[in-house]
Design a protein around this ligand. Structure first.
Ligand SMILES: [Ca+2]
Ligand SMILES: [Ca+2]
Length: 508
Protein backbone atom coordinates (compact mmCIF):
# COMPACT_ATOMS: atom_id res chain seq x y z
CA UNK A 1 0.00 0.00 0.00
CA UNK A 2 1.35 3.44 -0.92
CA UNK A 3 3.19 5.12 1.94
CA UNK A 4 3.92 1.85 3.72
CA UNK A 5 7.63 1.71 3.02
CA UNK A 6 10.96 2.44 4.68
CA UNK A 7 10.74 6.12 3.60
CA UNK A 8 14.09 6.35 1.85
CA UNK A 9 13.38 8.45 -1.27
CA UNK A 10 15.10 11.63 -0.04
CA UNK A 11 18.12 9.55 1.01
CA UNK A 12 18.35 7.99 -2.45
CA UNK A 13 17.83 11.38 -4.12
CA UNK A 14 20.78 12.70 -2.09
CA UNK A 15 22.96 9.93 -3.52
CA UNK A 16 23.12 7.45 -0.65
CA UNK A 17 23.62 3.88 -1.85
CA UNK A 18 25.51 2.02 0.90
CA UNK A 19 28.82 2.65 -0.88
CA UNK A 20 31.80 1.78 1.30
CA UNK A 21 29.75 -0.34 3.74
CA UNK A 22 30.75 -3.99 4.15
CA UNK A 23 28.19 -6.56 5.24
CA UNK A 24 28.59 -10.17 6.37
CA UNK A 25 25.47 -12.17 5.54
CA UNK A 26 25.27 -15.18 7.81
CA UNK A 27 23.09 -17.63 5.92
CA UNK A 28 23.16 -20.88 3.97
CA UNK A 29 25.25 -20.00 0.94
CA UNK A 30 25.07 -17.52 -1.92
CA UNK A 31 25.01 -17.86 -5.65
CA UNK A 32 27.93 -15.46 -5.91
CA UNK A 33 27.91 -15.30 -9.72
CA UNK A 34 24.29 -14.12 -9.78
CA UNK A 35 23.85 -11.45 -12.43
CA UNK A 36 22.35 -8.96 -9.96
CA UNK A 37 24.69 -9.67 -7.02
CA UNK A 38 28.17 -10.40 -8.35
CA UNK A 39 29.30 -6.78 -8.68
CA UNK A 40 28.93 -6.24 -4.91
CA UNK A 41 30.41 -9.56 -3.83
CA UNK A 42 33.57 -9.61 -1.67
CA UNK A 43 35.51 -12.44 -3.27
CA UNK A 44 37.78 -14.25 -0.80
CA UNK A 45 36.16 -12.97 2.39
CA UNK A 46 33.56 -15.71 2.84
CA UNK A 47 33.38 -18.53 5.39
CA UNK A 48 32.64 -22.12 4.47
CA UNK A 49 32.06 -24.39 7.47
CA UNK A 50 32.35 -27.48 5.33
CA UNK A 51 36.11 -26.72 5.23
CA UNK A 52 38.49 -27.18 8.15
CA UNK A 53 38.98 -24.16 10.45
CA UNK A 54 39.58 -21.26 9.92
CA UNK A 55 36.96 -21.76 7.15
CA UNK A 56 38.12 -18.83 4.99
CA UNK A 57 36.71 -19.27 1.53
CA UNK A 58 36.79 -17.49 -1.81
CA UNK A 59 33.07 -18.09 -2.28
CA UNK A 60 30.42 -19.98 -0.32
CA UNK A 61 27.98 -20.99 -3.01
CA UNK A 62 25.02 -23.22 -2.07
CA UNK A 63 26.15 -26.67 -0.94
CA UNK A 64 22.82 -28.40 -1.31
CA UNK A 65 19.63 -28.21 -3.34
CA UNK A 66 17.77 -26.52 -0.48
CA UNK A 67 20.36 -23.78 0.13
CA UNK A 68 18.25 -21.06 -1.45
CA UNK A 69 17.73 -18.69 1.46
CA UNK A 70 21.05 -16.80 1.35
CA UNK A 71 20.67 -15.74 -2.28
CA UNK A 72 17.21 -14.33 -1.56
CA UNK A 73 18.29 -12.58 1.65
CA UNK A 74 21.36 -11.00 0.04
CA UNK A 75 19.38 -9.51 -2.85
CA UNK A 76 17.24 -7.54 -0.40
CA UNK A 77 20.23 -5.85 1.17
CA UNK A 78 22.52 -5.32 -1.80
CA UNK A 79 21.28 -6.34 -5.26
CA UNK A 80 22.89 -4.05 -7.82
CA UNK A 81 20.95 -1.03 -9.09
CA UNK A 82 20.98 0.63 -12.52
CA UNK A 83 22.37 -2.44 -14.28
CA UNK A 84 19.31 -3.27 -16.35
CA UNK A 85 18.83 -6.55 -14.48
CA UNK A 86 16.40 -7.65 -11.81
CA UNK A 87 15.65 -5.25 -8.98
CA UNK A 88 17.78 -3.48 -6.43
CA UNK A 89 18.73 -3.92 -2.80
CA UNK A 90 18.08 -1.30 -0.16
CA UNK A 91 21.82 -0.49 -0.25
CA UNK A 92 22.68 -1.26 -3.89
CA UNK A 93 26.37 -0.31 -3.63
CA UNK A 94 27.12 -1.98 -0.29
CA UNK A 95 29.49 -4.94 -0.50
CA UNK A 96 28.94 -8.30 1.10
CA UNK A 97 30.45 -11.68 1.91
CA UNK A 98 28.59 -14.78 3.06
CA UNK A 99 29.13 -17.35 5.79
CA UNK A 100 27.24 -20.57 5.14
CA UNK A 101 26.36 -21.12 8.79
CA UNK A 102 22.79 -22.19 7.99
CA UNK A 103 23.65 -24.95 5.55
CA UNK A 104 22.27 -28.27 6.68
CA UNK A 105 24.15 -29.93 9.53
CA UNK A 106 24.96 -32.83 7.26
CA UNK A 107 27.10 -30.48 5.17
CA UNK A 108 28.63 -27.98 7.61
CA UNK A 109 29.83 -28.18 11.18
CA UNK A 110 27.30 -26.24 13.26
CA UNK A 111 29.58 -26.08 16.26
CA UNK A 112 29.84 -23.38 18.88
CA UNK A 113 33.09 -22.37 17.19
CA UNK A 114 31.21 -21.85 13.91
CA UNK A 115 28.47 -19.92 15.73
CA UNK A 116 31.13 -17.58 17.08
CA UNK A 117 32.98 -17.36 13.79
CA UNK A 118 29.91 -16.29 11.78
CA UNK A 119 29.61 -13.25 14.07
CA UNK A 120 33.32 -12.39 13.93
CA UNK A 121 35.41 -10.20 11.67
CA UNK A 122 36.54 -6.68 12.39
CA UNK A 123 36.46 -5.57 8.75
CA UNK A 124 32.68 -5.92 8.46
CA UNK A 125 30.41 -3.02 9.39
CA UNK A 126 27.13 -4.95 9.58
CA UNK A 127 26.26 -8.60 10.24
CA UNK A 128 22.89 -9.79 8.96
CA UNK A 129 21.49 -12.80 10.79
CA UNK A 130 18.26 -14.01 9.18
CA UNK A 131 18.03 -17.05 11.44
CA UNK A 132 17.03 -18.25 14.88
CA UNK A 133 15.87 -21.31 16.75
CA UNK A 134 12.24 -22.55 16.74
CA UNK A 135 10.47 -20.73 19.55
CA UNK A 136 8.70 -23.70 21.08
CA UNK A 137 11.84 -24.22 23.12
CA UNK A 138 14.29 -22.13 25.11
CA UNK A 139 17.75 -22.00 23.56
CA UNK A 140 20.46 -20.66 25.84
CA UNK A 141 23.15 -18.27 24.67
CA UNK A 142 26.62 -19.81 24.93
CA UNK A 143 28.69 -17.49 27.18
CA UNK A 144 31.49 -17.43 24.62
CA UNK A 145 29.04 -16.04 22.06
CA UNK A 146 28.15 -13.14 24.33
CA UNK A 147 31.87 -12.50 24.77
CA UNK A 148 32.62 -12.36 21.06
CA UNK A 149 29.74 -9.99 20.45
CA UNK A 150 30.89 -7.71 23.26
CA UNK A 151 34.37 -7.76 21.76
CA UNK A 152 32.97 -6.96 18.32
CA UNK A 153 31.02 -3.92 19.54
CA UNK A 154 34.13 -2.71 21.36
CA UNK A 155 36.61 -3.34 18.54
CA UNK A 156 34.69 -3.62 15.26
CA UNK A 157 34.53 -0.62 12.91
CA UNK A 158 37.77 0.70 14.46
CA UNK A 159 36.19 0.91 17.88
CA UNK A 160 32.78 2.24 16.81
CA UNK A 161 31.28 -1.23 17.00
CA UNK A 162 29.93 -3.83 14.60
CA UNK A 163 26.20 -3.65 13.91
CA UNK A 164 24.21 -6.89 14.40
CA UNK A 165 20.82 -7.12 12.71
CA UNK A 166 18.82 -10.23 13.52
CA UNK A 167 15.41 -11.62 12.61
CA UNK A 168 12.91 -11.76 15.50
CA UNK A 169 11.50 -15.09 14.34
CA UNK A 170 8.38 -16.38 12.59
CA UNK A 171 6.58 -18.05 15.48
CA UNK A 172 3.43 -16.04 16.15
CA UNK A 173 0.75 -18.68 15.91
CA UNK A 174 -3.01 -18.48 15.82
CA UNK A 175 -4.60 -21.91 15.88
CA UNK A 176 -8.20 -22.90 16.10
CA UNK A 177 -9.58 -24.69 19.12
CA UNK A 178 -13.07 -25.64 18.16
CA UNK A 179 -14.50 -22.44 16.73
CA UNK A 180 -12.19 -20.22 18.81
CA UNK A 181 -8.87 -18.82 17.62
CA UNK A 182 -6.12 -19.62 20.12
CA UNK A 183 -2.81 -17.82 20.21
CA UNK A 184 0.09 -20.05 21.20
CA UNK A 185 2.80 -17.62 20.39
CA UNK A 186 6.55 -18.06 20.38
CA UNK A 187 8.66 -15.17 21.61
CA UNK A 188 11.83 -13.59 20.29
CA UNK A 189 13.18 -13.84 23.85
CA UNK A 190 13.20 -17.66 23.65
CA UNK A 191 16.24 -17.59 21.36
CA UNK A 192 19.19 -16.91 23.66
CA UNK A 193 21.30 -15.70 20.75
CA UNK A 194 18.82 -12.80 20.41
CA UNK A 195 18.90 -11.71 24.05
CA UNK A 196 21.84 -9.31 24.11
CA UNK A 197 22.09 -5.52 24.11
CA UNK A 198 24.34 -5.86 21.05
CA UNK A 199 21.62 -6.96 18.63
CA UNK A 200 19.10 -4.96 16.68
CA UNK A 201 16.19 -7.36 16.52
CA UNK A 202 13.71 -6.76 13.73
CA UNK A 203 10.04 -7.72 13.36
CA UNK A 204 8.21 -8.11 10.04
CA UNK A 205 5.45 -5.88 8.62
CA UNK A 206 3.02 -6.68 5.82
CA UNK A 207 2.13 -4.48 2.85
CA UNK A 208 -0.42 -2.62 4.97
CA UNK A 209 2.31 -1.69 7.43
CA UNK A 210 0.98 -3.92 10.21
CA UNK A 211 2.47 -6.98 11.89
CA UNK A 212 2.53 -10.01 9.63
CA UNK A 213 0.60 -13.12 10.56
CA UNK A 214 3.81 -14.87 11.65
CA UNK A 215 6.18 -12.24 13.12
CA UNK A 216 7.16 -13.22 16.67
CA UNK A 217 6.51 -10.76 19.47
CA UNK A 218 9.16 -9.98 22.07
CA UNK A 219 10.18 -7.21 24.43
CA UNK A 220 13.69 -7.61 22.96
CA UNK A 221 12.59 -6.38 19.50
CA UNK A 222 14.08 -3.04 18.45
CA UNK A 223 12.27 -1.95 15.27
CA UNK A 224 10.15 -3.28 12.40
CA UNK A 225 10.81 -3.56 8.70
CA UNK A 226 9.03 -5.31 5.84
CA UNK A 227 8.68 -9.08 5.65
CA UNK A 228 5.53 -9.52 3.59
CA UNK A 229 3.00 -12.34 3.56
CA UNK A 230 2.74 -15.31 1.19
CA UNK A 231 1.89 -13.73 -2.16
CA UNK A 232 -1.54 -15.35 -2.25
CA UNK A 233 -3.95 -12.89 -0.63
CA UNK A 234 -1.33 -10.38 0.51
CA UNK A 235 2.00 -9.56 -1.16
CA UNK A 236 5.27 -11.37 -0.49
CA UNK A 237 8.64 -9.87 -1.45
CA UNK A 238 10.54 -9.96 -4.73
CA UNK A 239 14.26 -10.68 -4.63
CA UNK A 240 17.09 -12.61 -6.24
CA UNK A 241 16.89 -16.39 -6.62
CA UNK A 242 19.42 -18.97 -7.73
CA UNK A 243 19.69 -18.75 -11.51
CA UNK A 244 17.97 -21.42 -13.57
CA UNK A 245 14.51 -22.95 -13.36
CA UNK A 246 15.90 -26.27 -12.08
CA UNK A 247 17.05 -24.81 -8.75
CA UNK A 248 16.16 -22.25 -6.13
CA UNK A 249 12.66 -21.22 -5.12
CA UNK A 250 11.41 -21.99 -8.62
CA UNK A 251 11.45 -25.65 -7.60
CA UNK A 252 11.75 -25.65 -3.79
CA UNK A 253 9.12 -24.09 -1.53
CA UNK A 254 10.45 -21.29 0.61
CA UNK A 255 11.06 -22.25 4.22
CA UNK A 256 9.12 -21.24 7.31
CA UNK A 257 6.91 -19.27 7.67
CA UNK A 258 5.47 -20.05 4.25
CA UNK A 259 3.02 -22.94 4.30
CA UNK A 260 4.17 -25.71 2.00
CA UNK A 261 0.81 -25.37 0.27
CA UNK A 262 1.79 -21.95 -1.08
CA UNK A 263 1.50 -22.40 -4.85
CA UNK A 264 4.55 -21.53 -6.94
CA UNK A 265 3.51 -18.47 -8.97
CA UNK A 266 4.17 -18.61 -12.70
CA UNK A 267 6.69 -15.77 -12.30
CA UNK A 268 8.86 -18.03 -10.13
CA UNK A 269 8.46 -20.96 -12.47
CA UNK A 270 9.58 -18.82 -15.41
CA UNK A 271 6.31 -19.38 -17.27
CA UNK A 272 4.42 -16.12 -16.80
CA UNK A 273 3.26 -14.22 -19.85
CA UNK A 274 5.45 -11.16 -19.17
CA UNK A 275 8.57 -13.31 -19.79
CA UNK A 276 10.45 -11.18 -17.27
CA UNK A 277 11.88 -14.21 -15.47
CA UNK A 278 12.26 -16.95 -18.05
CA UNK A 279 15.48 -18.28 -16.45
CA UNK A 280 14.02 -18.09 -12.90
CA UNK A 281 16.68 -15.72 -11.55
CA UNK A 282 14.22 -13.95 -9.26
CA UNK A 283 11.50 -14.99 -6.84
CA UNK A 284 8.31 -13.19 -5.85
CA UNK A 285 7.48 -15.26 -2.75
CA UNK A 286 10.24 -14.42 -0.28
CA UNK A 287 8.98 -13.36 3.17
CA UNK A 288 9.59 -13.70 6.88
CA UNK A 289 11.58 -11.78 9.45
CA UNK A 290 14.37 -13.22 7.25
CA UNK A 291 13.35 -10.50 4.77
CA UNK A 292 12.77 -7.77 7.34
CA UNK A 293 16.32 -8.21 8.63
CA UNK A 294 18.30 -7.55 5.40
CA UNK A 295 15.97 -4.66 4.52
CA UNK A 296 16.87 -3.11 7.88
CA UNK A 297 20.56 -3.98 7.36
CA UNK A 298 20.43 -2.10 4.05
CA UNK A 299 18.75 0.85 5.77
CA UNK A 300 21.55 0.90 8.35
CA UNK A 301 24.13 0.85 5.54
CA UNK A 302 22.58 4.08 4.22
CA UNK A 303 22.64 5.61 7.71
CA UNK A 304 26.32 4.65 8.21
CA UNK A 305 27.20 6.04 4.81
CA UNK A 306 25.54 9.33 5.82
CA UNK A 307 27.69 9.41 8.97
CA UNK A 308 30.45 6.79 9.23
CA UNK A 309 31.40 8.01 12.72
CA UNK A 310 28.25 6.66 14.37
CA UNK A 311 28.84 4.07 17.09
CA UNK A 312 26.71 0.94 17.33
CA UNK A 313 24.83 2.60 20.20
CA UNK A 314 24.28 5.75 18.13
CA UNK A 315 22.77 3.63 15.37
CA UNK A 316 20.38 1.96 17.82
CA UNK A 317 19.50 5.33 19.34
CA UNK A 318 18.83 6.94 15.95
CA UNK A 319 16.65 4.00 14.86
CA UNK A 320 14.64 4.14 18.09
CA UNK A 321 14.31 7.92 17.97
CA UNK A 322 13.12 8.12 14.36
CA UNK A 323 11.01 4.96 14.00
CA UNK A 324 7.42 5.56 12.92
CA UNK A 325 4.65 4.23 15.13
CA UNK A 326 2.41 1.86 13.18
CA UNK A 327 -0.90 0.21 14.10
CA UNK A 328 -1.27 2.96 16.71
CA UNK A 329 -4.78 1.93 17.74
CA UNK A 330 -3.67 -1.58 18.59
CA UNK A 331 -5.58 -2.70 21.65
CA UNK A 332 -4.42 -4.80 24.53
CA UNK A 333 -5.29 -8.47 24.03
CA UNK A 334 -7.22 -9.63 27.06
CA UNK A 335 -7.69 -13.37 26.88
CA UNK A 336 -6.92 -15.05 23.59
CA UNK A 337 -6.70 -18.52 25.04
CA UNK A 338 -10.19 -18.46 26.51
CA UNK A 339 -8.83 -19.91 29.71
CA UNK A 340 -6.47 -17.36 31.28
CA UNK A 341 -7.45 -15.96 34.68
CA UNK A 342 -10.21 -13.39 34.67
CA UNK A 343 -8.96 -9.84 34.28
CA UNK A 344 -5.58 -10.81 32.88
CA UNK A 345 -4.07 -8.69 30.09
CA UNK A 346 -2.28 -11.17 27.87
CA UNK A 347 -0.51 -8.57 25.74
CA UNK A 348 -0.40 -4.78 25.88
CA UNK A 349 -0.95 -2.21 23.18
CA UNK A 350 1.57 0.59 22.70
CA UNK A 351 3.11 2.21 25.77
CA UNK A 352 4.90 5.56 25.98
CA UNK A 353 7.75 5.34 28.45
CA UNK A 354 9.07 8.03 30.80
CA UNK A 355 11.74 9.01 28.25
CA UNK A 356 9.06 9.55 25.58
CA UNK A 357 9.75 6.41 23.54
CA UNK A 358 6.76 4.48 22.25
CA UNK A 359 7.12 0.69 22.40
CA UNK A 360 5.09 -2.40 21.63
CA UNK A 361 6.15 -6.05 21.71
CA UNK A 362 5.22 -6.84 18.10
CA UNK A 363 6.83 -3.71 16.66
CA UNK A 364 9.58 -2.52 19.00
CA UNK A 365 9.83 1.25 18.53
CA UNK A 366 8.03 1.06 15.18
CA UNK A 367 8.74 1.00 11.45
CA UNK A 368 12.21 2.03 10.31
CA UNK A 369 12.19 5.52 8.78
CA UNK A 370 15.33 5.92 6.68
CA UNK A 371 15.01 9.59 5.70
CA UNK A 372 14.35 10.64 9.31
CA UNK A 373 17.24 8.47 10.53
CA UNK A 374 19.62 9.85 7.90
CA UNK A 375 18.60 13.41 8.78
CA UNK A 376 19.33 12.73 12.45
CA UNK A 377 22.57 10.88 11.62
CA UNK A 378 24.08 13.75 9.63
CA UNK A 379 26.18 15.80 12.01
CA UNK A 380 25.30 13.56 14.96
CA UNK A 381 28.20 13.56 17.44
CA UNK A 382 28.87 10.42 19.45
CA UNK A 383 29.62 11.36 23.05
CA UNK A 384 28.23 8.70 25.34
CA UNK A 385 31.43 7.25 26.80
CA UNK A 386 31.68 3.54 27.55
CA UNK A 387 28.56 1.48 28.15
CA UNK A 388 28.13 0.76 31.86
CA UNK A 389 26.59 -2.40 33.31
CA UNK A 390 25.15 -3.12 36.76
CA UNK A 391 23.54 -6.30 38.11
CA UNK A 392 21.33 -6.80 41.17
CA UNK A 393 20.67 -10.38 42.34
CA UNK A 394 17.74 -11.47 44.50
CA UNK A 395 19.67 -14.33 46.08
CA UNK A 396 17.79 -17.54 46.85
CA UNK A 397 13.99 -17.17 46.98
CA UNK A 398 11.06 -19.46 47.64
CA UNK A 399 8.15 -17.44 46.29
CA UNK A 400 5.11 -19.58 45.55
CA UNK A 401 3.41 -18.78 42.24
CA UNK A 402 -0.34 -19.03 42.91
CA UNK A 403 -2.28 -21.28 40.57
CA UNK A 404 -4.30 -19.56 37.85
CA UNK A 405 -4.43 -16.18 39.55
CA UNK A 406 -4.27 -12.82 37.80
CA UNK A 407 -2.35 -11.19 40.68
CA UNK A 408 0.52 -13.67 40.32
CA UNK A 409 3.51 -13.49 42.66
CA UNK A 410 5.55 -10.29 42.83
CA UNK A 411 9.05 -9.63 44.11
CA UNK A 412 11.15 -6.48 43.90
CA UNK A 413 14.80 -5.55 43.47
CA UNK A 414 16.29 -2.11 44.04
CA UNK A 415 18.83 -0.80 41.55
CA UNK A 416 21.08 1.79 43.22
CA UNK A 417 22.81 2.97 40.02
CA UNK A 418 21.17 5.82 38.19
CA UNK A 419 22.01 5.04 34.58
CA UNK A 420 20.20 6.23 31.50
CA UNK A 421 18.92 2.85 30.30
CA UNK A 422 20.09 1.39 27.01
CA UNK A 423 18.97 -2.19 27.69
CA UNK A 424 17.58 -4.30 30.53
CA UNK A 425 18.27 -8.00 30.92
CA UNK A 426 16.51 -10.32 33.38
CA UNK A 427 17.67 -13.79 34.40
CA UNK A 428 14.99 -15.97 35.99
CA UNK A 429 15.06 -19.30 37.80
CA UNK A 430 11.82 -20.99 38.79
CA UNK A 431 10.30 -24.39 39.09
CA UNK A 432 7.08 -25.14 37.23
CA UNK A 433 5.79 -28.27 35.55
CA UNK A 434 4.50 -26.48 32.44
CA UNK A 435 6.28 -23.30 31.39
CA UNK A 436 3.56 -22.52 28.89
CA UNK A 437 1.35 -21.49 31.81
CA UNK A 438 3.89 -19.00 33.18
CA UNK A 439 3.81 -15.30 32.36
CA UNK A 440 6.60 -12.86 33.26
CA UNK A 441 6.12 -9.11 33.62
CA UNK A 442 8.73 -6.50 34.53
CA UNK A 443 7.44 -3.31 36.09
CA UNK A 444 9.33 -0.02 36.59
CA UNK A 445 6.70 2.65 36.11
CA UNK A 446 5.43 0.98 32.95
CA UNK A 447 4.95 -2.73 32.58
CA UNK A 448 6.83 -4.81 30.02
CA UNK A 449 5.53 -8.31 29.28
CA UNK A 450 8.59 -10.54 28.89
CA UNK A 451 6.67 -13.78 28.40
CA UNK A 452 2.98 -14.32 27.72
CA UNK A 453 0.96 -16.84 29.68
CA UNK A 454 -0.25 -19.87 27.76
CA UNK A 455 2.38 -19.56 25.05
CA UNK A 456 4.33 -22.02 22.94
CA UNK A 457 6.48 -23.59 25.68
CA UNK A 458 3.96 -26.37 26.18
CA UNK A 459 5.13 -29.17 28.44
CA UNK A 460 8.57 -27.74 29.20
CA UNK A 461 9.52 -27.51 32.88
CA UNK A 462 11.58 -25.07 34.98
CA UNK A 463 13.65 -22.02 34.12
CA UNK A 464 17.28 -22.02 35.20
CA UNK A 465 18.85 -18.61 34.68
CA UNK A 466 16.79 -18.10 31.52
CA UNK A 467 17.44 -14.68 29.98
CA UNK A 468 14.87 -12.16 28.80
CA UNK A 469 15.50 -8.61 27.74
CA UNK A 470 13.27 -5.58 27.36
CA UNK A 471 13.69 -2.40 25.38
CA UNK A 472 10.51 -0.86 26.81
CA UNK A 473 12.47 1.14 29.38
CA UNK A 474 14.92 2.65 26.87
CA UNK A 475 16.13 6.10 27.90
CA UNK A 476 14.57 5.98 31.36
CA UNK A 477 16.46 6.19 34.67
CA UNK A 478 17.47 2.86 36.14
CA UNK A 479 17.51 3.58 39.84
CA UNK A 480 14.74 2.53 42.17
CA UNK A 481 12.36 -0.38 42.41
CA UNK A 482 11.95 -3.04 39.75
CA UNK A 483 9.14 -5.54 40.19
CA UNK A 484 9.01 -8.97 38.62
CA UNK A 485 5.52 -10.42 38.44
CA UNK A 486 5.20 -14.13 37.76
CA UNK A 487 1.72 -15.29 36.76
CA UNK A 488 0.43 -18.81 36.44
CA UNK A 489 -2.27 -18.58 33.79
CA UNK A 490 -3.95 -21.99 33.83
CA UNK A 491 -5.47 -24.21 36.49
CA UNK A 492 -3.48 -27.22 37.57
CA UNK A 493 0.29 -27.25 37.76
CA UNK A 494 2.00 -24.66 39.98
CA UNK A 495 5.54 -23.54 40.72
CA UNK A 496 8.02 -21.51 42.77
CA UNK A 497 10.25 -18.57 41.87
CA UNK A 498 13.75 -19.34 43.19
CA UNK A 499 15.94 -16.48 41.93
CA UNK A 500 16.05 -13.50 39.60
CA UNK A 501 18.63 -10.96 38.56
CA UNK A 502 18.39 -7.68 36.72
CA UNK A 503 21.21 -6.21 34.64
CA UNK A 504 21.06 -2.62 33.45
CA UNK A 505 23.12 -1.53 30.44
CA UNK A 506 23.42 2.22 30.11
CA UNK A 507 25.35 5.43 30.72
CA UNK A 508 25.65 8.11 33.37
CA1 LIG B 1 19.47 -4.77 -10.58
CA1 LIG C 1 -1.30 -23.64 36.83
Amino acid sequence: MAGNDINASASYASGLSGKGIRIMVSDDGLESRHEDLEANFLLGECRNYALPAPWISERSDPLGEDDNHGTAVTGLVAAVSENGKGGRGVAPKAQFAISNFLSSSTRVAQTEAALINQASGLTFDIFNQSWGVPQNQLAPMPPTYTEIMKSQVENGRKGLGSIYVKAAGNDYRIQSQGSNPVIRTGNANFDGTSVTPYHILVAALDAQGKATTYSSPGSNIWVSSFGGEFGVSSPAILTTDRMGCDRGYSVTPIPSPSPTSTPTPSFNAGTDLTKLNTDCRYTSIMNGTSSASPILAGAIALILEANPKLSWRDVKHILASTATQVDSNLSAIENPNMRSPTGHTWEQGWITNAAGFKFQNRYGFGRVNVDAAVAMAKGYVSNWGPQLQATVDSGALTVAIPDNLVDGATTTLTVPQNYKIEAVKIEVSLTHGNLSQVGLELIHGNKSILKNVNDSLVGLANLQGATFSSNAFYGESSNGTWTLKVIDGAAGTTGTLTNWKITIFGRQ
